[in-house]
Design a protein around this ligand. Structure first.
Ligand code: DX5
Ligand code: ZN
Length: 233
């Protein structure tokens, strides 16, 4: 299973299940695997931190039995520290919590790692990068939200490009291994630019699932991302 132990030369694509057909979740996971994907992104929403409500540990746990994809779990919930064990037990590989939702963030991150998962912090579009600067050596991943979290299919917020570039510089300055993930309004058209700005991992919901077959869609993203990374295609 692909982990996060080192930066990979080729950027990662993590399709967001929020835009998949939840009535056929098992089949969707198998179709992603068949299309050559290694990661899948789960959007957990509580109706408090964000206006929407989606899914929780029981569904992830059932899906874990059917899939060996890398489960990238994005918690858009208040006080995520209340549920870390449940998400570990469900089979999450990576748990990403919002800086805005967890008061004692360092403690939350340590606990995620103690439970055997990779740990990430997400930042809303307007949240300054300083919130994660001192934590970078502890973080496997930082998620830059490029829309306000809560819904799929929203438009990319342009000013977040500067944030991706600034974070990439800070990660390099600190010689950290932290993966930079970008989520919200990612399309095959802007994927190359986002990677060239410093993104290592792109999440895509509507622009991925809305264009089957998945193998072809994956290749379209792959070509754009590899070009953005300066990898010959
Ligand atoms: C939004 C979620 C995203 C969402 C992205 O709150 O965190 O993962 O599914 O959807 P698109 O790619 O359609 O913007
Ligand atoms: Zn997400």
């Amino acid at each position: 299973m692909s982990g996060l132990d080192r930066k990979r030369p080729s950027p990662i694509l993590s399709p967001s299940l929020l835009s998949s057909d939840f009535s056929r979740l098992g089949e969707e996971l198998e179709a992603l695997k068949d299309a050559g994907l290694e990661w899948v992104h789960w959007d957990v929403m509580d109706g408090m931190f964000v206006p929407n409500i989606t899914l929780g540990p029981p569904i992830i746990k059932k899906a874990r039995k059917r899939s060996d994809l890398f489960f990238d779990v994005h918690l858009m919930i208040e006080k995520p520290e209340r549920y870390l064990e449940e998400f570990a037990d469900a089979g999450s590989d990576l748990l990403v919590v919002h800086a805005e939702a967890s008061l004692h963030l360092e403690r939350t991150i340590s606990e995620i790692k103690r439970l055997g998962m990779k740990a990430g912090v997400a930042l809303n579009p307007h949240t300054p990068l300083d919130h994660v600067h001192y934590l970078l050596p502890e973080l496997d991943l930082v998620l830059i939200m490029t829309v306000n979290p809560g819904f799929g299919g929203q438009s990319f917020i342009e000013f977040t490009k500067e944030k991706i570039r600034d974070l990439a510089q800070e990660v390099a300055r600190r010689s950290a291994d932290t993966i930079i993930q970008v989520d919200g309004g990612v399309t095959a058209e802007n994927a190359g630019e986002l990677v060239s700005l410093g993104a290592d991992c792109l999440v895509s919901g509507s622009a991925f699932f809305g264009h089957p077959p998945y193998a072809e869609r994956h290749q379209t993203f792959r070509r754009a991302m590899d070009m953005g990374a300066g990898i010959a295609v």
